[in-house]
Design a protein around this ligand. Structure first.
Ligand code: NAP
Length: 449
């Protein structure tokens, strides 16, 4: 459907949901400005997908093509709430789509969670992927034992990266700092803790098979009782239930177990108190209920991989329980089953919660764009954001556009090639700006590529 006049849309967030939305909007004739808080687009593809999953990261090429479309512009390094407000966007564009993802971490809610050595998976994953927010995380890797809480795909990613072949990691786009730390890591044993049984695990079979295939790592699985009823359960039940090789590298899947307290000395994690759970069926869900049997496990690192959470956005309704924005097919509502807020939409994790694969965002974004197109005819006169770029400039915001990003991307690939790696990531805004300034002074041309 061709709109009858210019249709200007602001997409906030240049991750998969935002870029799939931009593509679908541009196909329908909209002019799309994609705002991004960081200096680099691609969201979870760049900062979430594990570095040893380069095949998945290759979807990045699709997003680069979307950013190169004539009707799509990138305005990176522009932060909603700091550099521009929701009201300004709504005043300047016909429609605004928020695709800001779920950057927060769900908390375990146990004593000791703030000890050094206790980190969330969103932070840990950001750290190894060179996310500017987590450069200073410095997770301690100096103890032989680490615990990962949760049994989803992110937990599996974290466990795998902790024990992955360093030479293989060095050929990826992993952050240099993280690689250096992992090269020095003393971690030999990773315990994955699931509060429920193997049948209830959230991981995909493919991911676990990859973890089981790590070289020189033995595996054991304990803590579950009775029969298993799923393919996941069968895979786990077939694993050895005895100790690994003494002194060797080990992955231990522990089921029906929860962390009850993180214990430390001088602010540093040393041990985790665990409690065994019984599984109780209630309201069509199998729940884990602590049975009072406790034990203490030595560990220098605890990564809680129990899910990502959306963060509230100033001026936008928010459902705390789900960490999402209330909406109807992508149109933002004042509250669940409330009124529509004119011209405001959501897509991706902030719309549906932190679930699904990169590709899941395509259908999610398309649903939102369908709703937007359907409501377009009810809108007032055309808007055009001509003033906004100037306002950003007056505020001293250094907008990084698609041409700037292309230069940075080329630089990262060329630097990567020099090290026989996929990419050498720029990890700070300062570094990105210095490279762009060097380019405009003619100096970046001296770099390879
Ligand atoms: P997830 O799939 O929701 O898994 C969360 C895990 O944490 C579950 O095992 C859950 O157990 C557990 N958990 C939640 N609260 C807990 C608590 N208080 N105590 C102990 N355990 C708790 O989340 P995720 O692993 O963060 O993944 C997010 C999404 O990204 C998923 O859709 C995932 O498939 C996707 N992803 C995919 C890939 C890939 O394809 N390679 C990689 C990474 C992520 P219960 O079931 O008992 O609640």
């Amino acid at each position: 459907m061709e709109p009858e006049r210019n249709w200007w849309v602001a997409v906030v967030g240049a991750g998969p949901a935002g870029l799939y939305a931009a593509e679908a909007l541009a196909k329908r004739g909209a002019r799309v400005d994609v705002f991004e808080r960081l200096f680099a687009p691609q969201g979870l593809v760049r900062y979430g997908v594990a570095p040893d999953h380069q095949k998945i990261k290759k979807t990045g090429a699709v997003f680069e093509r979307i950013l190169a479309q004539p009707n799509v512009s990138l305005l990176a390094n522009v932060e909603l709430g700091r550099d521009v407000s929701i009201d300004e966007l709504r005043d300047n564009y016909d429609q605004v789509v928020l695709t800001v993802g779920s950057s927060g971490a769900r908390e375990l809610g146990v004593e000791g969670e703030r000890l050094r050595g206790s980190v969330s998976a969103p932070a840990f994953v950001g750290w190894y992927n060179g996310h500017p927010d987590f450069l200073e995380l410095k997770p301690p890797l100096d103890h032989h034992a680490a615990v990962v809480v949760g049994m989803g795909n992110v937990a599996i990613d974290v466990a795998r990266v902790l024990l992955q072949d360093r030479a293989l990691l060095a050929r990826t786009d992993i952050s240099h700092d993280a690689l250096r730390e992992l090269e020095r890591s003393a971690i030999r044993e990773v315990t994955l803790l699931a509060r429920r049984g193997p049948d209830q695990a959230a991981f995909d079979l493919k991911e676990v098979r990859e973890l089981l295939a790590l070289a020189d790592v033995s595996v054991r699985a304990t803590g579950f009782r009775g029969r298993v009823n799923t393919e996941r359960g069968e895979l786990i039940a077939a694993l050895p239930q005895v100790d690994g090789l003494p002194g060797g590298r080990l992955i231990h899947f522990r089921f029906c177990t929860s962390p009850r307290q993180l214990l430390g000395e001088e602010g540093r994690l040393r041990q985790i108190q665990l409690e065994a759970n019984d599984l109780v069926e209630s309201a069509a869900r199998i729940r884990a209920v602590g049975n009072g049997r406790t034990e203490t496990l030595d560990a220098g690192l605890c990564v809680s991989a129990i899910g990502y959470r959306g963060e509230p956005i100033d001026g936008v309704p928010f459902e705390r329980a789900s960490g999402t924005v209330p909406h109807e097919k992508g149109a933002v509502l004042t509250h669940p089953s409330g009124e529509r807020i004119p011209r405001l939409y959501v897509a991706g994790w902030i719309k549906r919660g932190a679930t699904g694969l990169i590709g899941t965002n395509k259908a999610c974004a398309h649903e939102t764009v369908e709703t937007m197109a359907g409501l377009l005819r009810h809108m007032g006169p055309a808007r055009a954001p001509a003033q906004l770029r100037q306002t950003l400039e007056e505020r001293g915001v250094r907008v990084i556009d698609a041409a700037d990003w292309k230069l940075l991307d080329q630089w990262e690939r060329a630097e990567g090639q020099r090290r026989e790696a996929v990419r050498s990531k720029i990890t700070s805004l300062e570094q990105a700006i210095a490279l762009l300034d060097a380019k405009s002074n003619g100096a970046l041309g001296a770099q390879p590529g």
